[in-house]
Design a protein around this ligand. Structure first.
Ligand SMILES: Cc1cc2nc3c(=O)[nH]c(=O)nc-3n(C[C@H](O)[C@H](O)[C@H](O)COP(=O)(O)OP(=O)(O)OC[C@H]3O[C@@H](n4cnc5c(N)ncnc54)[C@H](O)[C@@H]3O)c2cc1C
Length: 409
């Protein structure tokens, strides 16, 4: 069978182009397929999120050749402050304080807006000689057998390769078609996202305020007086707030911000993201590997979903490149299981861990608040413990794929 590429990647969100760049960096030929028009996805108002990206993700983007384009638009995080608060509180009980000087390798995290990251990933993928972009094109059906895999596109094309990589998001159709079951549940929580301008400089401080409806994150953006809010509420309350006129929405924001940044004004559109946990029970099948939200959609409480996806992409690229160099068929289950063994435990434990933290902090039970707050203060009182937390959040602990160590594959 003639092959169009070494791998067919289905999904051109963030993880699809990232996985394509990782594979191409390792010398593999990739066909990247996405349902949406590239120009549409590169519009600045395509998605309102800003991402907390750990140090390891920054290294991934450096090796993938994307960092240079986004570096001028990135805000390094100088400090992270965790607070326990209720709407209307001006001051709040500080639970923990992390200073990024405490780890040696540089800022543990940086914030980058989707409108910067998404076009940069897509443009780098489009410019790479080993990546062919097929978009807009929907994958209507896939077939996998002993010889290879194929994807039938809405354009009428049929593409073939030894392996399919599903980057098609948390409701992955490719995983479902392969009979892979998912574990998960809705949170009855929705993420409200918007950018705000504020009176006082944020000084690079990222603030996570634990409110009864869910976490309220204030992520610093470049320039000092803009921040991105990722704000979780029970879904009915989120819908009510989202429907408010700007002035009332702003008042809801100000009630939750605390006084640290002074008066705030809304800057741009407001967005809603329904949240759910969804973890695939298997991450591979013969000639199929799942990457990013297709494998694990996690609560955004610690801003780790994309960081996990980039780790998957780097690990899978490394496994496939090594198998190819050894002359193995890169789509067989024994090869793909090396990726699953490497990544699944980390992905599932983080997904379940974030789920537990969200449950613990999204409530107003006075007894529980007392115990959990004391627990966080105790766990983060000593410098070595804070360093360990920060290394984990930066993504630089554990068995790292080469790209996350800053090395080419
Ligand atoms: C409110 C919120 C805040 C977040 N903040 C952070 C953060 O601070 N840090 C962080 O690391 N993560 C964060 N995340 C998580 C992060 O946004 C996601 O993990 C990431 O965007 C998932 O990307 P993906 O490419 O895996 O999936 P998706 O973005 O869902 O992309 C899937 C793509 O597949 C395409 N597709 C699907 N089916 C087909 C088909 N049949 N044919 C062709 N194309 C198809 C779709 O068009 C789409 O482009 C946050 C998430 C939320 C909701």
């Amino acid at each position: 069978m003639t092959q169009d590429a070494d791998a067919l990647i289905v999904g051109g969100g963030l993880n699809g182009p990232a996985a394509a760049l990782a594979l191409a960096q390792a010398g593999l030929r990739v066909a990247l397929i996405d349902a949406a028009e590239p120009d549409e996805r590169m519009r600045p108002d395509f998605d309102g999120r800003a991402y907390n990206l750990g140090l390891a993700s920054r290294r991934f983007l450096q090796v993938a050749g994307v960092w240079e384009a986004i570096a001028p638009h990135v805000q390094p995080v100088a400090q992270v402050v965790l607070e326990d608060a209720r709407p209307g509180d001006r001051a709040a009980a500080a639970l923990a304080h992390f200073d990024h000087d405490e780890i040696d390798e540089g800022p543990a995290a940086q914030i980058v807006e989707d409108r910067v990251l998404r076009p940069a990933l897509l443009q780098a993928a489009m410019a790479h000689p080993l990546i062919a972009l097929h978009a807009p094109a929907t994958v209507l059906a896939t077939r996998r057998d002993d010889v290879g895999a194929e994807a039938e596109l809405s354009t009428g094309e049929v593409l073939r390769a030894p392996v399919l990589i599903a980057c098609d998001g948390r409701d992955s159709r490719l995983a479902r078609a392969a009979g892979i079951l998912r574990t998960g549940w809705g949170y009855d929580q929705t993420g409200l996202v918007s950018a705000v301008e504020h009176e006082r400089d944020h000084g690079g401080v990222a603030r996570q305020r634990f409110l009864p409806g869910g976490p309220f994150a204030v992520l610093p953006l470049p320039g000092g007086r803009r921040s991105s809010l990722v704000w979780t509420e029970r879904t009915a309350e989120a819908q009510r707030i989202h429907a408010l006129p700007d002035a009332e929405y702003r008042a809801e924001v100000e009630a939750r911000m605390g006084g640290a940044l002074g008066a705030v004004t809304l800057a741009g559109r407001r967005w809603m993201y329904p949240l759910k946990l969804s973890v695939a029970q298997a991450w591979v099948a013969p000639r199929l590997a799942l990457v990013g939200d297709a494998a694990h959609a996690v609560h955004p409480i610690a801003g780790q979903g994309l960081n996990l996806g980039l780790r998957d992409a780097a690990a899978l690229a490394e496994v496939l490149a090594e198998a190819k160099r050894r002359g193995e068929d890169i789509g067989v289950l024994t090869v793909l299981e090396r990726y699953q063994r490497w990544r699944r435990f980390d992905g599932v434990s983080l997904a379940l861990g974030m789920d537990a933290v969200n449950r613990l902090f999204s409530n107003d039970d006075p007894g529980l608040r007392l115990i959990r707050d004391a627990g966080v203060r105790l766990a983060t009182a000593l410098r070595p413990a804070r360093r360990a937390f920060m290394r984990e959040a930066a993504g630089v602990s554990g068995d790292l794929p080469r790209m996350l160590r800053g090395e080419a594959i």
